[in-house]
Write a protein that binds this ligand. Sequence first.
Ligand code: NCD
Ligand code: ZN
Length: 343
Amino acid sequence: MTTLTIARPDDWHLHLRDGAMMQAVLPHSARDFARAIIMPNLVPPVVTSAQAAAYRDRIMAALPEGMDFTPLMTLYLTEDTDPDDVAAAHASGLVKAVKLYPAGATTNSASGVANFDKVRPTLDRMAAIGLPLCVHGEVTDHDVDIFDREAVFIDRVLDPIRRATPGLRVVMEHITTRNAVDYARAQGDTLGATITTHHLVINRNHILAGGIKPHYYCLPVAKREEHRLALRAAATSGEGRFFLGTDSAPHTDANKLLPCGCAGCFTAPNTMPILAQVFEEEDALTHLEGFTSRNGPAFYGLPVNTDTMTLTKTPPQVPSHVETDDGPVTVFDPGYPLLWSVT
Ligand code: NCD
Ligand code: ZN
């Protein structure tokens, strides 16, 4: 196969940031993706419906003329979140999900949830109205090894939340372990799971072997090879519960290359070429459209995009950096030449 036409993809987990950074990175997502679930971890976070509406307006104002892109807004869940505000934001169509960050789990998550009992009224309301909860699934306990934090979260936090609020629709975001794949597969259709581009490509050796590689450091951190293989099998399986959430998370090189550097891989510019290659390697190109364009809308109850994307087997032009007024941002390097272009 040398050309492939699929329904235009969506990105079910994206960091667009704000200001100069957003201006520079937004066109890279909007070129390939029709819609994206926009993460609310700005400083300060997007907590209220009014903040989400203002953020959506800033995104639309930054969108270059002629580009077709719809941001699907989210609210950042805090212990003070007002269930009525969440329900109104859902009813108006503004907000498509609520995001749960355990307090301190990742970039800009200080306002996240520490006491899960405090958010129970909001979760119950979300279950009643069918509004999904997007979950950053890592515990933050200092006594839990960073490579175990996702697996421990499933047992200690995720499963109890789902049992306490039956019917709550949950997206396990950016899963990185065989444990998460196995858990997701054992659940009913109220559970979906997103997988990033980079977790299909790198394992923890890419970050740590032969010198430390800050551009491969993201959260949840990439795990052992056996977990990467489980993720590749899940993503390319054709199973409807798995769909693309790139977690493209731009940080300037100055902020990545520090003694305490930021977590995040910037994959918006080359996600589709990388995915086409991964699916081809797994002999699963026929399942690419499900993963990037069909399974996500099905979970969120949205229509599949009617426009299409054509991929052609010809090496793509991918910049190594994107320039921003805050400084350059390095594009994720899969470590091998890419074979497929978006045409
Ligand atoms: C994200 C970011 O930079 O906002 N970083 C990351 O490594 N993925 C936060 C997140 O999604 O955990
Ligand atoms: Zn993220």
